[in-house]
Design a protein around this ligand. Structure first.
Ligand SMILES: [Zn+2]
Length: 134
């Protein structure tokens, strides 16, 4: 089971971004320390009203600040008070590096998901962390 530490600055940014009326998102940056994932910074881009994609054209948002690594992705669901991953989300996440985690930000709180391999070749998405905001 993974443990998460989310920096205050990241909390503040997520609170601001969750009020946008369209999807926004980016990459999660920070450090991995054993089983602890420390989310310390975010990159940011605008998406559409109901979806956001991260492609090769977005290379700018994939550069981690000095001393940090890419931990995964994040995006908002402005149309959901309580966020849950869409089938588009889970299909995209299964294509990413398995070590990545993925945060979905709703109006009230965020969830972080992990992609788990399940026998023999399929992958399962699991909710691993739940963060309530003020
Ligand atoms: Zn989504």
């Amino acid at each position: 089971m993974l443990t998460f530490e989310v920096a205050n600055e990241v909390h503040e940014l997520v609170n601001i971004y969750s009020s946008f009326d369209h999807e926004v998102g980016g990459i999660l940056f920070g450090k991995k320390d054993g089983g602890v994932i420390k989310i310390q910074a975010l990159s940011f881009k605008h998406g559409g009203k109901y979806r956001i994609d991260f492609t090769d054209k977005d290379c700018r948002i994939f550069s981690p600040p000095k001393g940090m690594v890419i931990l995964g992705t994040w995006h908002t669901h402005p149309f959901q008070k309580e966020p849950f991953s869409s089938s588009i989300d889970t299909a995209q996440w299964k294509k990413w590096n398995n070590d990545y985690v993925h945060m979905v930000v709703g109006e009230k709180y965020s969830k972080i998901y992990e992609v788990k391999k399940s026998f023999p070749t399929s992958k399962k998405i699991e909710e691993v962390y739940f963060e309530k905001r003020i």
